[in-house]
Design a protein around this ligand. Structure first.
Ligand code: MG
Length: 316
């Protein structure tokens, strides 16, 4: 059973409450905390050896990544992040300096976005370093953007460049929180997700939630330099890496044609590029229109941790 089918299994069996506006199946859950205010909740767990490698990065980097990947989920809903609950299992005999550096990493990012660490749990055990952060957010008067609003003939936009994140971006990335809020505030966004599993895998989450299909244009996919670099080592094409690597933490945005034009021409985002990479069509699945003109169905593939054993879980 893969990670996503396991999540579907839980989702189908979970009884729903009326004050849970969004339950399992999106970037954040949304709770109705009063008649007119919403609370967003998202959680991410990471373990050494699977989501990061302490032989290749510092513990401070781990702290940064753990909070930033959560912020990216709030960004994907177009809302604000407010407070974090941090739970950590340190390996036995962890030094005080190591433990403090993890929190210094969390604060490096959290302070930038005025997010407060409001609690959590710290234990030590016979296990690799494991960190779980639950991040809360608020609507700030805006409607959280769901995965389920994509409509036929909508355009698919993406921020930044994609692929090869393993060469560094998966640790050192800037969550697109500012962009998410501005998009929500100034435009009509039909659906949005952050790219954590991989472009096609995350696009597929939107397609499934919205019951539509998509066509991508090969020559418009923003392939990163890192994707080109890693392709030399793996023998795959740079495009393959841009489509499937994941952990780019860019935003995938679904908007009407008119709004897409407005977003791309807007001067609200001086540091950000938006690329139109395809459109929403009726039917199911993803097809690719190659530069030579032929169209082929492609399989959504991406980084899915939970393949044979329950050593990781994704977004519920
Ligand atoms: Mg996400």
């Amino acid at each position: 059973m893969g990670e996503f089918s396991f999540i579907q299994w839980i989702r189908k069996r979970q009884r729903r409450r009326r004050d849970v506006t969004v339950g399992i199946g999106d970037d954040c859950a949304v709770l109705n905390v009063s008649s007119d205010k919403l609370c967003l909740i998202t959680t991410d767990m990471m373990v050494d050896g699977t989501h990061f490698d302490l032989r290749k990065c510092t513990v401070r980097d781990v702290g940064r990544k753990a909070i930033a990947s959560n912020i990216s989920d709030v960004a994907a809903m177009g809302c604000r992040a407010t407070a974090a609950v941090v739970s950590v299992c340190f390996p036995e005999n962890t030094s005080e300096k190591f433990a403090k550096e993890l929190y210094n990493g969390i604060w490096d990012v959290a302070n930038k976005y005025t997010i407060e660490v409001i609690g959590g749990d710290t234990i030590s055990g016979r296990s690799p370093l494991c960190i779980s952060i639950t991040l809360l957010g608020k609507d700030g008067g805006l409607k959280p953007i769901r995965r389920s609003g994509a409509k036929v003939n909508d355009m698919i936009l993406v921020t930044g460049t994609l692929g090869g994140s393993i060469l560094g971006k998966h640790i050192h990335f800037e969550p697109r929180l500012k962009e998410g809020i501005l998009l929500n505030k100034h435009f009509t966004i039909h659906a949005m997700i952050d790219i954590s599993d991989g472009l096609t895998a995350d696009l597929n989450h939107i397609l499934e939630e919205s019951h539509v299909g998509a066509i991508l244009y090969e020559d418009t996919i923003p392939v990163s330099k890192a994707a080109e670099e890693i392709a030399k080592k793996t023998g795959n094409t740079p495009l393959y890496h841009a489509l499937s690597d994941g952990e780019d933490y860019e935003l995938l945005i679904i908007v009407s044609k008119g709004q897409a034009k407005k977003v791309m021409e807007s001067n609200l985002f001086p540091e950000r590029t938006f690329r139109c990479i395809g459109k929403i069509v009726s039917g199911r699945g993803i097809r690719m229109k190659y530069a030579q003109g032929h169209i082929k169905r492609i399989k959504p593939r991406g980084y899915e941790h939970l393949q044979s054993e329950f050593n990781d879980s994704g977004e519920l």
